[in-house]
Design a protein around this ligand. Structure first.
Ligand code: SAM
Ligand code: FES
Length: 346
């Protein structure tokens, strides 16, 4: 196993079989070795800095029906909301005052209300109101023209997890009509347009095998996304996967370390989902090689309605409290939350 870890670090990748061996043969000792190497690599590029992204959950209205997701179209038991442009810009300004230099607008897939015109206008207003701040979008699949217009309006980063790099697994997680090919085309379009692109997957999603994870890691090795959202799957009680087990802390941390070694400068969040399955999940994520956290900037009254999974943390805290809380948590394990756009250092 030590040889595999050495090879991964030196070559920034392994064969599919190598990944399978590394995952299936994992022990606490190998996990500790990987985490130590990942943390050292990360420190050599970013020191002990933790970048923050202020996350505004702009709407839970979605035309999709992803089987794992609590805000899927078929869920009739949630209150649907969408934030109007003035509210979104006000949240972004508030975030800027607190020290965020990246604002992420995330929401269900919905082009009826958030037309290109409406979203472009919001992006332009945030760019004007918040100097030297990156605007990131995470609004699902839109057409290439739409991506281009939003880029021209000033959005420079886009998060679109690939969810799984295996087409048949993708079909098990999504309804008919959603395809891995279309997801991957979006990622390629985004990159060609000039965005910094984020991919990623859930750990422990239903039907996931080691071979699927190896395919995800091979994809990351080849595509080299600028960012990678990697958090545990957590069931939501109003979805078809309500009774499926959640992904584990242990495997998520292990994969964070591997991804850091595959692409050393990658921007890697310790996700809210990781903090949900373990009270120290995000701190442990940093120690495993992550370097980003994404505190919530959404208005408190809508937070509980953006329930992608059960027991999501930080749904009751004011935005200022979230930032302070995370800064303290990171400091407790020797990392420092900084005021910075947090661009990738290639
Ligand atoms: N609609 C956009 C999209 O599809 O990219 C952004 C919103 S979507 C809710 C953001 C991410 O949440 C998804 O990419 C998915 O990986 C994650 N997610 C959804 N349901 C989840 C669950 N039950 N557990 C963990 N993560 C989940
Ligand atoms: Fe659309 Fe989850 S199904 S955001």
């Amino acid at each position: 196993m030590q040889e595999l870890v050495d090879e991964l670090e030196a070559q920034h990748g392994l064969s599919r079989e190598g990944y399978i061996e590394l995952i299936d043969g994992r022990t606490p000792e190998v996990a500790a070795l990987l985490a130590q190497r990942a943390d050292a690599v990360r420190r050599s590029i970013y020191g002990n800095a933790v970048f923050t992204r202020g996350l505004i959950e702009i709407s839970n209205i979605c035309k999709n029906d992803c089987l794992y997701c609590g805000i899927r179209r078929s869920n009739r038991n949630i209150t649907r909301y969408r934030l109007d442009p003035n509210t979104i810009v006000a949240c972004a300004r508030e975030g800027y005052e607190y020290g965020y230099r990246t604002i992420v607008l995330q929401g269900g897939e919905n082009t009826t209300y958030y037309t290109d015109e409406v979203l472009c206008d919001v992006v332009r207003r945030i760019v004007d109101a918040c100097p030297d701040t990156a605007v990131t979008l995470s609004m699902g699949e839109r057409g290439r023209e739409s991506f281009q217009k939003l880029f021209d309006a000033g959005a420079t980063r886009y998060l679109l997890r690939h969810e799984t790099a295996d087409a048949s697994h993708y079909r098990q997680l999504h309804p008919k009509g959603m395809t891995l090919a279309s997801r991957m085309q979006c990622l390629r379009d985004l990159r060609e347009i000039g965005y910094m692109v984020g991919a990623g997957m859930m750990v422990g999603s239903p039907f996931q095998t080691t071979a699927h994870l190896a395919a995800d890691l091979s994809f990351i090795q080849e595509f080299k996304p600028d960012m990678c959202g990697l958090g545990p799957f957590i069931p939501h009680h109003d979805t078809p996967f309500a009774n499926e087990p959640a992904g584990t802390l242990e495997l998520t941390l292990y994969l964070l370390s591997i991804v850091r070694l595959i692409h050393p400068p990658i921007l890697l969040p310790a996700t809210t989902a990781l903090g949900t399955i373990d009270p120290m999940g995000r701190e442990k994520g940093m120690q495993a090689g992550a370097n980003v956290v994404m505190p919530n900037l959404s208005p408190v009254d809508v937070r509980k309605d953006y329930a992608l999974y059960d027991n999501k943390i930080c749904t009751g805290d004011e935005s200022a409290v979230c930032r302070g809380c995370l800064a303290r948590r990171m400091a407790s394990v020797g990392y420092e939350v900084v005021v910075d756009r947090g661009d990738i250092r290639l």
